[in-house]
Ligand binder design. Structure first.
Ligand code: GLY
Length: 368
């Protein structure tokens, strides 16, 4: 098949990689590959940490995708940080929030180890005044920027618009800019049915900004993320409740970088980190990991997560023949990327659809 993929974030790139592996011809279109939500993401592969009431289908999909990650990462030559995740609460109310999370995991049949303060400190001596928590042994992390770079490396050289590749993929970068410069996306670059295109299928993987008529299916949920460098990193991801605020601290295995995230806001306004957002993140993070007081702030980034009305992704056919969505991965785009790639490729080859994520469960503006 000849497949045109709109969007070269981790989802579009993973779909391209999977389709090329299966022998299809791919054209990838993006003004700035890897510069959207993939650029901000902390890279938690965290089905348990993200599980919540009423989201059983999402947890099931996240667990399925987690199982694909070891092979996916090995193929890309990217390490997975497998030291697990600590879920912690700072005060008694925060520990109650942790207990709510653990009750969700009980319902989902996901195992964990409940830990008292002394046990938490034995696992992670860098923790501050935590009151209790749990260990999620299977919640891992990767560096999304390394994954995106590895995926791009596997594609033939990126080319400017109009140029064409001989190989199995044509990568059409509509504009080139430093990844970090891009805070918005001109969806006019992404036209599902471009005249002159010889593609048999178009896959839309443009994150929080889908072209019409699909734009209304996505609700952008902005997140501010802070990157710091420290000589005193934590050993594993720490997800914390801090006097009612949520924060996560994700160390990288191969560098001194630690990612602190993320705010979650549904509002309009410029896509720039806010003083309040950054202050809340740093204030919470330094209470949980006091050594962060000595870390150097190296980057503050803000991007939109691609949320949907039911928090489940949109993967599969639309009402337009030949137009497939690979969208709406919301808080789990990194984790879900290999599963989305597999589902999209399976759909293109066999017509199969996973009912829970079928985009046709929603009406678009054009459907009326
Ligand atoms: N999965 C983490 C976040 O969306 O902030």
């Amino acid at each position: 098949m000849r497949v045109r993929i709109l969007g070269a974030g981790i989802v579009g790139l993973s779909v391209a990689d999977e389709l090329i592996r299966r022998g299809h011809e791919v054209e990838l279109v993006d003004p700035s590959p890897g510069a959207g939500a993939s650029y901000a993401a902390a890279g938690m592969l965290s089905p348990a940490g993200e599980a919540w009431y009423g989201e059983e289908d999402l947890t099931r999909l996240c667990l399925s995708s987690l199982a694909l990650w070891p092979d996916f990462a090995a193929r890309l030559g990217v390490p997975v940080h497998t030291r697990g995740t600590l879920l912690v609460g700072v005060d008694a109310g925060d520990v109650q929030q942790v207990e709510r999370q653990l009750a969700v995991l009980d319902l989902a049949g996901v195992s964990y180890e409940r830990l008292v303060r002394r046990e938490l400190l034995a696992r992670e001596p860098g923790l501050g005044r935590v009151a209790g928590g749990a260990f999620l042994a299977e919640d891992h992390s990767v560096d999304p920027r390394a994954v995106v770079a590895a995926l791009i490396d596997r594609l033939p050289t990126l080319v400017e618009p109009g140029e064409r590749q001989q190989a199995g993929v044509e990568t059409n970068t509509v504009a080139s800019s430093e990844a970090g410069d891009r805070v918005g996306l001109d969806t006019d670059s992404f036209v599902p049915h471009e005249s002159g295109s010889t593609s048999e299928v178009t896959v839309i993987a443009t994150g929080a900004q889908l072209p019409d008529p699909y734009s209304s299916l996505i609700r952008p949920v902005r997140g501010d993320v802070v990157r710091v460098r420290t000589q005193e990193p934590v050993e594993r991801t720490v997800r914390a409740w801090v006097h009612g605020e949520q924060v996560y601290v994700v160390p990288r295995t191969d560098s001194d970088e630690v990612v602190i995230g993320a705010t979650s806001e549904e509002r309009d306004g410029p896509l720039l980190p806010t003083v309040e957002g950054v202050w809340r993140l740093l204030d919470s993070a330094r209470r949980v990991v006091p050594a962060l007081d000595r870390a150097s702030v190296v980057e503050v980034t803000s991007r939109h997560r691609p949320g949907t009305a039911d928090n489940l992704p949109l993967i599969g056919p639309t009402h337009e023949p030949g137009v497939v969505l690979a969208a709406g991965a919301f808080r789990n785009g990194i984790l879900l990327a290999p599963l989305i790639a597999r589902l999209v490729a399976d759909h293109i080859e066999t017509g199969s659809v996973e009912p829970a994520v079928d985009p046709r469960r929603f009406r678009t503006k054009e459907d009326g």
